[in-house]
Design a protein around this ligand. Structure first.
Ligand code: AVI
Length: 320
């Protein structure tokens, strides 16, 4: 059998900013901040998987329901002989819903920054879909990527589920969509986007009573202790995730519960009592405001699917 790992290729990776460098720079700033991309070490990725199963976190199950319900229509819009390129592939759970229905997807290119993880999940996919051409790529989806053409030049379609686009400020999100459009060489993009809704519902999704989102947030400090020898006391910080209705986003912070100092190597950082460290933004869109953003990025918004409660949306965008 053709082993997909033998073909695991690396696209040019940008000079990765180290966790240590980002943390030191972010904690020296006022207000303090830590970039949300550092949530996803092995422990953080597992906590995120647990978040996806929470009753309050409607996003994952609603998106999966929408993909299943409309897979036939989605397949028809993609056309014949398709190479599906998934940006930030993760667990590959959602693509299976499409692959089960869309027999026109002949090739699948999952792209992820973590080669080890990608290798494992792709191995499992390969045995379940033996007829599929699998071409896993290691790369950073936030960059402009030169994805080599596959034999037969299948038509490319992008896949970016999970409302990860919401973790970028709108201008950065438009830039990211523009780069994806260029990387796809003019193909369409299937993208999941969380919607504005009752603030209480949004608040509940990021403040679960089981405390998993708090652990996910505090994992940034646990990770810094483990990897960088920092001496954060995660219990001395509170998880705080309010919905900022005028900016249409959930903001996440770790708030210092007392006046304290933390050392990371030879550096010391002082925290006032009540001082916040910003860790994430999760922007929410209306269907119209997301379609406008997509148009700014050079896409023509075509089909959109949403659930009965209008919690989540899945968009099919075509390159202009
Ligand atoms: C990955 N991303 C879309 C999630 C979100 O909802 O913004 C990350 C997350 N943060 C807290 N809970 C989930």
């Amino acid at each position: 059998m053709d082993c997909p790992l033998a073909r695991l290729q690396s696209l040019a990776l940008p000079e990765e900013e180290s966790f240590a460098g980002n943390l030191a720079a972010g904690l020296a700033r006022t207000p303090k901040e830590i970039a949300c991309k550092y949530f996803y070490d092995a422990a953080g990725s597992q906590l995120f998987e647990q978040i996806c199963e929470l009753p309050e976190y409607y996003q994952t199950r609603t998106e999966m329901m929408l993909l299943g319900r409309h897979a036939g229509e989605i397949a028809a819009l993609m056309g014949e002989n398709v190479e599906l390129v998934e940006f930030g592939a993760g667990s590959l759970r959602k693509v299976r819903i499409l692959l089960d229905e869309a027999k026109n997807i002949g090739a699948y290119t999952p792209l992820d920054i973590s080669g080890n993880y990608l290798g494992d999940v792709v191995r499992a996919l390969a045995s379940d879909y033996p007829a599929l051409t699998l071409r896993p790529l290691i790369g950073d989806f936030t960059c402009l990527l030169e994805i080599p053409a596959l034999p037969g030049n299948p038509r490319r379609a992008g896949f970016f589920p999970g409302s990860t686009i919401g973790n970028f400020r709108p201008d950065a999100a438009a830039g990211l969509l523009r780069r994806m459009r260029a990387s796809l060489g003019g193909g369409g993009l299937l993208i999941g986007v969380d919607l504005v809704k009752d603030p209480a519902r949004l608040h509940a999704a990021y403040n679960d009573p089981a405390g998993i989102t708090a652990l996910f947030n505090k994992n940034l400090m646990v990770r810094a202790n483990r990897e960088l020898g920092a001496d954060f006391d995660p219990d001395a910080f509170a998880h705080y995730a309010p919905y900022n209705a005028s900016a249409h986003r959930v903001e996440m912070y770790l708030v210092s519960l007392k006046r304290q100092s933390v050392t990371i190597g030879s550096m010391q950082f002082d925290f006032a009592s009540g001082e916040p460290v910003h860790t994430e933004d999760s922007h929410k869109y209306t269907i119209e405001s997301f379609r406008e953003l997509a148009a700014r990025a050079g896409f023509s918004p075509r089909a959109v699917w949403t659930d009965e409660e209008r919690l989540f949306s899945v968009h099919w965008l075509e390159s202009r």
